[in-house]
Design a protein around this ligand. Structure first.
Ligand code: SF4
Length: 638
C-alpha cells in the first residue's frame, strides 16, 4: 500500500530513507537568547524516533533583528552552535536526517521582539503588522548576503545534513522576490532579475563556503495569495533560476502573513491544498519538489507521490499530532495514528500569543520529557463522568497508568458535544479525534458504561478512589418572551439532527456555535438568519476558521443582523430592535446559540467526599485545547 512513501529518496547528495519530511514549524521552545533548549532538542528527537526521513528544523535566525518571535533559535554566532551539534547527534542516533532552516523575518517582525528597527527591501509596512520597516541600503543588502552565507557555514559545521533557505511566507528573502514588498530601483529591485538577485547572491556565496555538493533546499511561497503578489507563473520561472543556481530541492509552500488563513490551513480548507503548486513547479525543473500543507493522512501522501505531484511530502502538523506517524504507517497500525484536526489552537494561535506551541489532540507536544510512560505507584479505582473528548482523554491516560478506570456517559455513544461540533461544513475532521479516542480507550483497558447517568447513589455504590468530572456544559436559555415555544431549539439539538430543518430559520447568537449552525442550515438549503447583539459575528473564533466561515456565510446567502437585540419570539417570527428600529424577522424555526454554562452540580456535591477533578467545560467553558491539556495532566497525577 505505501510502497512510494517508503521508497528511499535523494535531495542532492543527501540520501533519505523515505519520502516523509517534517517541515520547519516554529515552536518557541528555544531560549530568548536564541540558544537551543533541552525541550527543543527533545521535541525533534521524538520525531526522529518516530520514523521521519528528514526533519527540517524551524526558522533559525541569522541576526537578532531578524527574529519574528521571542524564543526563536539563533545561528548568528559561532558560539551558539554547541547545542545544535547535540541536536544533530541525537537526531542522527534516532535514525533520521536533519536539516535546518536559515531565516530572517525582515518586516514580518516588531521592534519589541529584539529592540531594533525592523528592516526590509522597501519602507513598506506589512499589511497585518504595526511597524514600518527601514529600507536596507545597497551595501547593507550585500552585508546581509554574507550573514546568510556565514549562517549556512555554521550549520554545515554543526553537522546538519542540509540547509533550507527560507524564501517563503513573506520573510526577508520573499520580500525581495516579491513586487508586493519590493519597490526598490537599485540592483535589488525594479524587475524580475533584480528582485531575484538577493537569493541568487546568497546561494552563490553559500556554495563558496559550503562546497558544491552540500544540499541547499529552497522554500518558496508558490503563490503569495495577495493582490500584487507572486503567482505560480512567477514562481515557475523563479524555480528554473534556482535550479540553475544549484539548489537541490524546492519546498513549495504558499502565502504570506496577509494570507495566513491559508498558509496554515484550518479544518475547512481542502486536503493537500498546495499540492498543485508543487506539481506545476515539478513540470519545469528536474530537481526534487516537496509539497506541504494540510496533508493529514498517509494515504493522501502516497497518492500525491504516485500521481507524481511531488517527490517528498512534508507533514507538519501531522507530525506534531503524532510524531510516530511514519512508524505506525509502516507497521500497519493506521488506527493508532492521531490525526491533525486543523484547529490551529495550539500550534498557530499560540505563536500569535507569543506562547510555546502545544497541540489539542496531543498534549505531550513539547512535554516529551515531562511525562514518563509507565504505571502509577498506587493504583486506584477511577470514575470518569462524561464521554466527551476531555473525559475520554482523562480515562485513556488514567488507564494507561494502570488505574481501574470506568468512563460513564448518559448518552448511547461517546463524543459528547464534540459530535455536534463536527457537523457544520468542513468540520468533519473533528470526528477523527473521537474515533482515535474510542480505540485508545480499548487499547488502554478502560471500561465504558454508556446510557448511564451518574448519580450520587451510583458514586456511593462504586466508592471510587478518584473522580474526574468532565460533564460539559448546558446551553444558556435567555429570558426572552416566547423562548419556550415548541419551534425554539438549541444549536446542539440542530447539529445532532434533532430537528427537521424547514423554511426560514433564525439563529439567535452570532458566536462560533451560532455562525457554524447557520452555515450548516444554509448548506442544507434552508434560509438562515443570524441575530447578534454585538457589532460583529464570529468574534470568538480562531482567525483561520473565522475567515472561511464568513466567506461561506456570504456564499450561502446567510442574512446577518448585528447590534440587534431580540425582544420576543413569536409563532411566525423574531422581533428585533436595532439602529433600524423594531422589526419582525420571519421565522419558521428559531435556534438558540447564546452560550453555555458549566454543568458541575454533581461534582460539587461529591468533591468533599472524594478526590475530584472538574475538567473541560464543566470547569470553565472555553477552548478544547485547555480541557485536553488539563485532562492529560490531571489523569497523569492520580
Ligand atoms: Fe493540528 Fe490543532 Fe494540533 Fe495544531 S493544535 S497540530 S491544528 S490538532
Amino acid at each position: 500500500m505505501f510502497k512510494k512513501i517508503f521508497q528511499p529518496g535523494q535531495i542532492g547528495t543527501l540520501e533519505i530513507k523515505n519520502r516523509l519530511i517534517v517541515p520547519p514549524m516554529l515552536t518557541e521552545f528555544a531560549a530568548e537568547n536564541g540558544k537551543l533548549t533541552e525541550r527543543y532538542i527533545r521535541y525533534y528527537e521524538e520525531k526522529a524516533r518516530g520514523g521521519w526521513g528528514l526533519i527540517i528544523c524551524e526558522d533559525n535566525v541569522i541576526e537578532p533583528r531578524g527574529a519574528g518571535f521571542k524564543c526563536i533559535p539563533g545561528i548568528w554566532a559561532d558560539e551558539m552552535m554547541e547545542e545544535h551539534k547535540e541536536l544533530v547527534t541525537r537526531v542522527h542516533a534516532a535514525g533520521a536526517k536533519i536539516a535546518v532552516q536559515v531565516y530572517h523575518a525582515g518586516r514580518e517582525s516588531h521592534s519589541s521582539i529584539h529592540g531594533e528597527t525592523i528592516v526590509a527591501p522597501s519602507a513598506i509596512q506589512d499589511p497585518v503588522l504595526p511597524e514600518t520597516p527601514r529600507e536596507l541600503s545597497t551595501p547593507e543588502v550585500e552585508e546581509m548576503v554574507e550573514r546568510y552565507a556565514q549562517a549556512a557555514r555554521r550549520c554545515k559545521e554543526a553537522g546538519y545534513d542540509a540547509i533550507e533557505l527560507h524564501g517563503a511566507h513573506g520573510y526577508l528573502i520573499n520580500q525581495f522576490l516579491s513586487p508586493f514588498s519590493n519597490k526598490r530601483t537599485d540592483k535589488y529591485g525594479g524587475n524580475f532579475n533584480n528582485r531575484l538577485r538577493f537569493p541568487l547572491e546568497i546561494i552563490k556565496r553559500a556554495k563558496e563556503l559550503l562546497g558544491d555538493n552540500y544540499p541547499i533546499i529552497y522554500r518558496i511561497s508558490a503563490e503569495e495569495l495577495v493582490e500584487g503578489g507572486l503567482t505560480i507563473e512567477d514562481t515557475k520561472a523563479i524555480a528554473i533560476c534556482l535550479e540553475d543556481a544549484g539548489i537541490a530541492a524546492i519546498h513549495a509552500s504558499g502565502g504570506v502573513y496577509k494570507s495566513s488563513a491559508t498558509l496554515c490551513a484550518p479544518t475547512a480548507v481542502k486536503t493537500a491544498v498546495f499540492s498543485d503548486y508543487a506539481m506545476k513547479i515539478k513540470r519545469v525543473v528536474s530537481i526534487p519538489v516537496i509539497t506541504v500543507n494540510k496533508i493529514v493522512y498517509p494515504e493522501i501522501a502516497e497518492s500525491l507521490l504516485r500521481e507524481g505531484k511531488a517527490d517528498f511530502i512534508s507533514m507538519g502538523r501531522a507530525s506534531i499530532c503524532d510524531p510516530h506517524l511514519p512508524n505506525k504507517t509502516k507497521e500497519g497500525r493506521l488506527d493508532e495514528i492521531l490525526h491533525c484536526i486543523g484547529c490551529r489552537q495550539g500550534c498557530w494561535n499560540h505563536l500569535l500569543q507569543n506562547k510555546p506551541i502545544s497541540c489539542l489532540v496531543n498534549p505531550l507536544t513539547g512535554k516529551e520529557n515531562d511525562y514518563v510512560p509507565g504505571k502509577a505507584t498506587t493504583l486506584k479505582k477511577v470514575m470518569v463522568i462524561g464521554g466527551g473528548p476531555v473525559g475520554m482523554e482523562a480515562a485513556i491516560v488514567a488507564a494507561q497508568r494502570g488505574h481501574d478506570v470506568t468512563l460513564y456517559d448518559k448518552e448511547d455513544r461517546l463524543g459528547g458535544q464534540w459530535l455536534a461540533a463536527a457537523v457544520p461544513p468542513g468540520k468533519e475532521l473533528l470526528n477523527s479525534l473521537t474515533v482515535w479516542q474510542k480505540g485508545a480507550l480499548t487499547r488502554a483497558g478502560a471500561k465504558v458504561a454508556l446510557n448511564t447517568a451518574v448519580t450520587l447513589d451510583l458514586i456511593q455504590k462504586e466508592s471510587p478512589d478518584h473522580i474526574i468530572a468532565a460533564t460539559g456544559s448546558t446551553p444558556i436559555v435567555p429570558s426572552i418572551p416566547g423562548v419556550d415555544k415548541p419551534h425554539v431549539y438549541s444549536a446542539t439539538g440542530v447539529l445532532k439532527g434533532k430537528l427537521d430543518l424547514a423554511g426560514s430559520i433564525v439563529v439567535i447568537g452570532g458566536g462560533l456555535v451560532g455562525v457554524e449552525t447557520a452555515d450548516h442550515i444554509a448548506v442544507h438549503n434552508q434560509k438562515a438568519v443570524i441575530v447578534e447583539m454585538l457589532p460583529e459575528i464570529a468574534g470568538d473564533m480562531e482567525g483561520g476558521a473565522q475567515h472561511f466561515v464568513l466567506e461561506s456565510l456570504k456564499n450561502n446567502g446567510v442574512e446577518i443582523h448585528v447590534n440587534a437585540k431580540v425582544l420576543e419570539i413569536k409563532d411566525d417570527g423574531v422581533v428585533v430592535e436595532s439602529a433600524n428600529g423594531i422589526q419582525t424577522i420571519p421565522a419558521n424555526q428559531v435556534v438558540l446559540a447564546i452560550g453555555s454554562k458549566p454543568n458541575r452540580t454533581l461534582a460539587e456535591a461529591v468533591q468533599d467526599q472524594y478526590p475530584t477533578d472538574i475538567l473541560g467545560d464543566a470547569n470553565t467553558v472555553g477552548k478544547a485545547l485547555e480541557g485536553m491539556t488539563n485532562a492529560y495532566e490531571a489523569a497523569y497525577r492520580i
